[in-house]
Design a protein around this ligand. Structure first.
Ligand SMILES: *Cc1c(COP(=O)(O)O)cnc(C)c1O
Length: 413
């Protein structure tokens, strides 16, 4: 059994920040293990909304009154918080988006449209979330470039030899996730970035599952673009960010047009565009959500990502040991380098049935294809059960989950 005693994480105190963890589901205490789909928000984040709409709700950047100044300061302050969180050099390299999906679509729609054409290749991987597959497929259909797929092995680890073979002089972009949401595999994106650059290609990293679980340093990793979502990192839905190297963002054409992203608009002379990052932020953004995202990242920093990472590694070990005794259970994703995700299938029991029955015991896990159908098809399954962990989960909750799973599986067989 995993030992947690040496870790300085006061989980009881962490949990007190999350009002939702006090609720019951079907008369049982909630055990929330669906963090890879969306993570719960601490009261410090929830309070931002109340505070913002009671005290300083105003549109940003264009006002000359006090409320607009306060809202702008809080909004732009978050850009600095995100810059520091990702280890970016300058805050103008941070573009706010609706989330990871929109950030990837921005890279595809702006950089991709300007730089890709027939004969070019974009490398993605079999581990990708649909949001890092479909935008490239849509664009390839229009522009005629090719998509090549880096394969995985039976552990769910990207085949680095195959990656090297796929890289060539036609490769323009490598687009991969940092951590797989379906399996938890951590990809060596720093090394992959060096290799991409050696071939004159750029690399875009989907960081949706890495930002909640480990310290990120985009400069040390040497990546060109990095995307993440607020709601996977203790923040609200509807907001996320794209990091892009300043010189790349500056050279990229606007993506969406509208207010906030222009310098001058005229019918007689060409419209001119704002400097980065505003060039990519058309229209009124999700102001309260952005400010709340900043508060979420501050909350994470208050605990410390190293500690969260160590705590979750222990939870994963404890859960992996716990489910190992269940007959016919197969864990998918056995990479030696793995984040807090436990994906599995059980002989003779459908994933959906397991999910529904274990919910009756108050335990929330996810079942389905996890927006990664090509990956699941490689493993020969259509759905898995996935338990994924956060800083507020406890070893006792893992025990409830494992015991519940044993009961549910025996009922289904
Ligand atoms: C959740 C997730 C996404 C999509 O994020 P949205 O918040 O839905 O835009 C993309 N990639 C990975 C790895 C994810 O986990």
């Amino acid at each position: 059994m995993a030992d947690f005693s040496d870790l300085q994480l006061d989980v009881a105190r962490v949990r007190r920040d999350f009002p939702i963890l006090d609720r019951e589901v079907h008369g049982k205490p909630l055990v929330y293990l669906d963090n890879a789909a969306t993570c719960q928000t601490p009261r410090q984040v929830i309070e931002v909304f109340d505070d913002y709409y009671r005290r300083y709700n105003a549109n940003i950047h264009r006002g000359l009154h006090t409320l607009a100044d306060e809202a702008t300061a809080a909004f732009e302050g978050t850009r600095e918080t995100v810059r520091a969180y990702l280890g970016a050099a300058e805050s103008r390299e941070i573009v706010f988006t609706r989330g990871t999906t929109e950030a990837i679509n921005l890279v595809a729609g702006s950089w991709g449209r300007a730089n890709l054409g027939p004969g070019d290749e974009v490398l993605i991987s079999r581990l990708e979330h649909h949001s890092n597959i479909v935008p490239w497929q849509l664009l390839a259909g229009e522009l005629g470039f090719a998509i090549k797929v880096i394969p995985v092995d039976e552990r769910g680890v990207l085949d680095q030899a195959a990656y090297r073979d796929l890289l060539g002089e036609r490769t323009r972009l490598v687009a991969v996730n940092h951590v797989s949401n379906a399996l938890g595999t951590i990809n060596p994106v720093g090394e992959m970035a060096s290799l991409a650059h050696e071939h004159g290609a750029l690399i875009m990293v989907d960081g949706a599952q890495a930002t909640p679980h480990q310290p990120i340093d985009v400069q040390a990793l040497g990546v060109d673009f990095y995307a993440f979502s607020g709601h996977k990192v203790y923040g609200p839905t509807g907001v996320g960010a794209l990091y892009g190297r300043a010189e790349l963002l500056e050279a990229m054409p606007p993506w969406q047009g509208g207010g906030e992203m222009i310098k001058t608009v005229s019918f007689e002379t060409p419209t001119t565009f704002a400097d980065i990052p505003h060039k990519f932020e058309a229209g009124t953004p999700a102001i309260a959500e952005v400010i709340a995202l900043g508060r979420a990242l501050e909350w994470v920093n208050g605990i410390g990502l190293e500690l969260i990472q160590a705590w979750e590694a222990r939870l994963l070990e404890h859960a992996t040991e716990g489910v190992a005794s269940i007959e016919g259970l197969r864990v998918l994703g056995t990479s030696p380098d793995k984040a807090a995700v436990l994906s599995f299938v059980v002989d003779g029991a459908h994933a959906q049935d397991i999910g529904l029955l274990i919910d009756q015991l108050g335990v929330a896990i996810r079942t389905g294809h996890h927006c990664a159908q090509p990956l699941l098809s490689y493993f020969g399954v259509e759905a898995t059960c996935r338990a994924s962990f956060a800083a507020y989960n406890t070893p006792e909750e893992i025990d409830v989950f494992v015991e519940g799973l044993e009961r549910v599986v025996s009922m289904l067989r």
